[in-house]
Design a protein around this ligand. Structure first.
Ligand code: HPA
Length: 248
């Protein structure tokens, strides 16, 4: 079955529902890669058909390394989606990316390991070597940036996302290394999702929501990161999201 889903949104930590999604119906698809993280909610937003999937499951029951990224993307694609906007909760490393900032990164570095990171995993599958020099789809990034401007939502229009394994947060030394490597943001779910989207031929962009300063990166180097701070900052930073998504 295929329908005109104009945008698929994958929600991260603290984002288990899309506020303002109307006339919602729910599907529970299965895919050639297995089951996605949970139900997919399809509804209208800003007059357009939008699908929403909570990456960690609606009860946040899946840690980053256990998420079936392939099934999530394939389920959205099977429903007819061609454009995927990934919402990723992240820590900020460099000055422009403090808590509650929204950012649309243009680069990434993958530090994850042991995850199924290709659709070519199964024996007998043709191996793909997709171009990934520009890991996010430029046209979709430009649309996100333009929508933010139209909606009056502040957004940092670039940045490098470092994807770590988790589920623990990083050590201060790891963040020093990531800063040296050129990372502005750190999160646990940016990969393999972006690479798989490219293999599947999906347009894909990341809207990162900064929940905290990464370990040792903020003004108080001894700060302890709590889940409550993360959730509070995501909730505050997400207030402009419905407007941005409607504009998109
Ligand atoms: N590190 C990794 N992932 C995260 C962080 C962090 O500091 N904050 C939210 N997701």
């Amino acid at each position: 079955m295929s329908e005109a889903i104009e945008l698929a949104v994958i929600g991260g930590t603290g984002l288990y529902k899309l506020a303002d999604l109307r006339d919602v119906r729910t599907v529970q698809p299965d895919t050639r890669f297995g089951a996605p993280s949970g139900p997919i909610r399809i509804g209208t937003l800003g007059g357009r058909t939008v699908a929403f999937l909570a990456r960690h499951g609606e009860g946040h029951s899946l840690p980053p390394h256990k998420i079936n990224y392939r099934a999530n993307l394939a389920a959205l694609q099977d429903l007819g989606a061609t454009r995927v906007l990934a919402l990723n909760t992240v820590g900020g490393i460099t000055e422009r990316f403090g808590p509650r900032v929204l950012a649309c990164p243009d680069q990434l570095i993958d530090y994850t390991w042991g995850r199924v990171s290709t659709i070519c995993e199964e024996p007998g599958t043709e191996v793909l070597h997709v171009d990934f020099g520009e890991p996010y789809t430029r046209t979709l990034r430009e649309a996100v940036i333009e929508a933010a401007t139209r909606a009056g939502v502040a957004l940092v229009a670039d940045g490098c996302y470092g994807a770590t394994q988790g589920p623990r947060l990083e050590t201060r030394a790891e963040i020093v290394r990531m800063r040296r490597d050129g990372c502005d943001l750190v999160g646990m779910t940016g990969m393999p999702e972006a690479g798989l989207a490219r293999e599947l031929g999906l347009d894909y962009a990341c809207l990162a929501i900064v929940a905290n300063w990464a370990a040792g990166a903020g003004p108080d180097p001894d700060e302890v990161i709590t889940l409550q701070d993360v959730l509070d900052n995501v909730a505050a930073a997400s207030s402009g999201l419905p407007r941005l998504l409607s504009a998109l």
